[in-house]
Design a protein around this ligand. Structure first.
Ligand code: GLN
Length: 449
């Protein structure tokens, strides 16, 4: 009965879009056979993994939680998922997400929202597990799988980790191949692991990362042994606290968790110093120009010809088929991004919006470069609040404001991780974000231990 109860509970979370227990079992049996034959085992031997449904998986539906990909079964495997299988892991299923990873609450999914396993003390309201990797965060938090993959364009690994008391790291842009991951905003998209703790994330990331000639932005660097080199001793390390992140009226519980994090790092031997990231206030506006611009270009491929859905009204010509397919296939948030993106890229507005945003992006990246001359890592809250109720944020701008702390490191391509930092007054998890220098995932992981 407890197994059945667990399955019912899992269904209530709506975390999995497709379940593939036979593939996970198959991986485990291969491990048994390899062990019996005395062969070496991979670093994820037999581990069942939930894959965000943005990673192409051969012969298994890959939907990006959008109707426009309905029934799409890729004939190829994403580089990151293939690397996980090569390390001995098995696919447990495909995890729900915000449609095309656009969103912060999982409510833009065509499969309905994911429900967090957490509740506010004394309330029964269904809460968001965060987004866009909300299926991943809920599945790990509810112990449906020991680890999952996420993708992060402006916070989609870190914010759901913060909302569910789990740990998630977005590595340096280029560490994980983007090949076979449904594209949202290509200059920002990065894959990363979500798991119960820092050590599990380190092992997962070792398996996921690495150069791939099929992704032109892939980093041609060896993958370090992060797990073997974890070290909680921070003596001699400097941690920066950016003054621009002390927002007016910052949630008191979030501010308290941040103070707690500072105290933990000092206890571990680190020196904590105030720093400035002067262009922080422009980061959200910059992100919400660049990300939709790239999205509008990437999503042009969904034309009703090549993938999934095709709406072909009687007598429709090609243009009408495109229009009908896109009208029926894309959700509201996706359409909003396409409208914003095509607007900022249009001939009349390109310089005023897109070019300007690229210039500001460079200034934001330079802020971090300057700061990292003084400090080894930066500590901030991951999100300005804990999880909120499903349906609570009806205005897209309110939703976008929740990305205020996670977006700047994305614009700069930096490794950034969210670690659990206790509970708020309502008993809900809070997360802290650790940002590091390019390629210094080790420094980020160590500070999070
Ligand atoms: N919430 C942000 C957005 O909606 C980030 C999403 C993501 O990182 N995929 O764009």
């Amino acid at each position: 009965t407890s197994f059945n109860a667990a399955v019912a509970e899992a269904g209530a979370l709506n975390a999995f879009i497709v379940a593939t227990p036979e593939a996970a079992l198959d991986a485990a049996q291969k491990v048994d056979a390899a062990r019996a034959a005395g062969q070496p085992l991979g670093k994820l031997a037999g581990v069942p993994i939930g894959m965000k449904d943005l990673f192409a998986t051969r012969d298994v539906q890959t939907s990006a939680a959008s109707k426009i990909l309905a029934g799409f079964k890729p004939q190829y495997e994403s580089t990151v998922s293939q690397k996980l299988w090569d390390a001995g892991a098995g696919l447990l299923g495909k995890l729900n997400l915000d449609q095309f990873a656009m969103g912060s609450s999982n409510e833009s999914s065509a499969f309905g929202p994911v429900v967090s396993p957490w509740r506010r003390a004394g309330e029964d309201k269904a809460l968001t597990p965060g987004g866009s990797s909300g299926g991943s965060s809920a599945a790990v938090a509810a112990r449906l799988c020991p680890a999952a993959t996420g993708t992060d364009t402006g916070g989609s690994i870190r914010q759901p980790a913060a909302f569910t008391g789990t740990t998630g790291i977005k590595p340096t842009y280029g560490r994980c191949s983007r090949w076979g991951i449904v594209a949202f905003a290509s200059s920002l998209d990065q894959a990363g692991p979500m798991a119960r703790n820092v050590a599990d994330c380190a092992v997962m990331l070792e398996a996921m990362a690495g150069f791939d000639e099929k992704d032109a932005t892939s980093l041609d660097l060896p993958v370090p042994e992060w797990a073997a080199n974890l070290n909680a001793d921070l003596r001699g390390k400097k941690v920066g606290i950016p003054k621009e992140y002390r927002l007016d009226g910052l949630n008191a519980d979030v501010a308290k968790a941040w103070e707690q994090g500072i105290a933990w790092l000092k206890d571990a031997g680190a020196e904590v110093v105030d720093i400035s990231l002067p262009h922080t206030q422009y980061a959200l506006a910059t992100y919400y120009i660049i990300a939709p611009a790239e999205a509008s270009s990437n999503l042009a491929r969904y034309d009703g010809v090549r993938y999934g859905l095709r709406e072909l009204p009687d007598g429709a010509n090609l243009q009408e088929m495109y229009a009908a397919t896109r009208a029926a296939g894309f959700g509201d948030e996706v359409k909003r991004r396409i409208l914003i993106g095509t607007y900022v890229l249009s001939a009349g507005y390109y310089d005023a919006y897109y070019t300007k945003a690229q210039k500001v992006r460079a200034l934001i990246a330079r802020d971090f470069e300057e700061a990292f001359k003084q400090v080894d890592v930066i500590l901030t809250p991951t999100a300005p609040t804990s999880a909120y109720a499903l349906g609570e944020k009806s205005n897209p701008i309110d939703m976008y404001l929740g990305d205020v702390f996670s977006v700047p490191p994305s614009l700069a391509g930096l490794p950034a991780m969210s670690v659990p930092a206790g509970l708020d007054a309502g008993g809900l998890p809070l997360g802290l974000q650790i940002v590091g220098r390019p390629f210094d995932e080790q420094g980020v992981l160590n500070a999070g231990l």
